[in-house]
Design a protein around this ligand. Structure first.
Ligand code: GYE
Length: 348
């Protein structure tokens, strides 16, 4: 009697264990299926939120402003390569110098529910509205390279990039040393970058703030040339036509415009680096080579290799860490004495 009771209890227990295992198995499979379907039904926020805890790679939507210069090409590859080396999935959009295209890309990132949005803004102003939309969607924003001028600084988490004002100051300080004070005016022409862009505004201001103490240093001409070789050549040609040999200094906001300007100077029959002091910003290998040939006098470095910083910032933001509002990249200047040594190690 006692034995048969034990047998019944054992039988009931086995049945219970079997039922439980079945239930466990069933719900286990269900979860996997939800995860799989979540990959396809991204518009359904409910499904996505169930699937999220089963670890998914973070998605970064990046709006690059264009591909106008050697600097930009190096910047884009640095970001793409850093993403490949990490577990961050990168959605890369090139806006070809158009703020409208950047805004469209950002709206698309919001629709795709990316985890973080990074923007290299073509110009400083006009971002408040779209950044408010992104904030409402709860997506953190990282500004990279150039800056945005917004009324509410909480619209972005951090800005990673160079100190463009300091770059302009470095260029100005070099000129003060290079050309001693003279009784006659020393004519300067300036090739500025894209109108309304941070590097163009700040490089111009930093340079002026330093040289303003010298009344002999005078601006003959200053124009935007969009950071491109073609525009640089076109505008420099015009400067030479109008001011000819009065031009003693060229201050160019980037290497590409400088390359165009060098051609214009040579075609005009002057020797860059001698007849005209040439100061450029960026520090691509090609600029260092031209410097080695004596055609450029000073290269102010601007580092495009921001990929590792960006990917690290994305991870920190997703971990919930507080980032500094400004992450500045350390930079150098190169003269004809130091250029040669630098060329060998230059990756862009
Ligand atoms: O100097 C120039 C590029 O924003 C720092 O943009 C960047 C500038 C860089 O086109 O070459």
């Amino acid at each position: 009697m006692h034995f048969s009771k034990l047998k019944t209890t054992l039988f009931a227990l086995t049945k219970l264990i079997m039922t439980m295992s079945f239930l466990l198995l069933f719900f286990g499979c269900e979860q996997v299926q939800v995860k799989e379907s979540a990959n396809h039904v991204e518009e359904d926020s409910h499904v996505v939120s169930i699937a999220t805890p089963i670890s998914k790679e973070p998605v970064l939507g990046f709006s690059q402003l264009g591909s106008e210069s050697e600097w930009r090409i190096a910047n884009s590859s640095s970001i793409k390569n850093s993403a490949i080396e990490s577990d961050v999935k990168l959605i890369f959009q090139n806006a070809e110098q158009s703020q409208e295209k950047q805004i469209e890309a950002i709206r698309e990132f919001v629709k795709q529910k990316v985890d973080v949005i990074a923007i290299a803004p073509v110009v400083e102003t006009g971002w408040d509205y779209i950044l408010k939309e992104v904030k409402q969607a709860g997506i953190p924003v990282i500004i990279i390279d150039r800056l945005v001028d917004v009324t509410d600084p909480s619209l972005y988490v951090t800005h990673i990039g160079s100190d463009f004002y300091e770059e302009g100051r470095k260029a100005g300080k070099y000129l003060l040393d290079k050309l001693p004070k003279s009784n006659k005016p020393i004519g300067i022409v300036e090739l500025k970058g894209t109108e309304g862009s941070t590097p163009s505004i700040a490089r111009g201001k930093g340079f002026r703030d330093v040289i303003s103490s010298r009344s002999d240093l005078q601006f003959l001409k200053s124009e935007n040339a969009d950071f491109t070789v073609a525009k640089g050549k076109e505008v420099m040609k015009k400067f030479l036509k109008e001011k000819g040999r009065d031009i003693r200094v060229l201050y160019s906001h980037n290497d590409d415009m400088t390359f165009g300007a060098l051609e214009a100077i040579e075609e005009y029959g002057l020797v860059p680096g001698k007849d005209i002091v040439v100061i450029t910003v960026d520090g691509t290998r090609k600029a260092l080579e031209k410097m080695n040939e004596g055609k450029i006098n000073l290269v102010v470095e601007c580092n495009p290799l921001l990929g590792p910083n960006l990917i690290q910032a994305v991870k920190e933001v997703l971990k919930g860490s507080t980032l500094p509002k400004r992450i500045v990249t350390p930079e150098n200047v190169f003269t004809q004495v130091t250029a040669e040594k630098e060329i060998a190690s230059r990756s862009y």
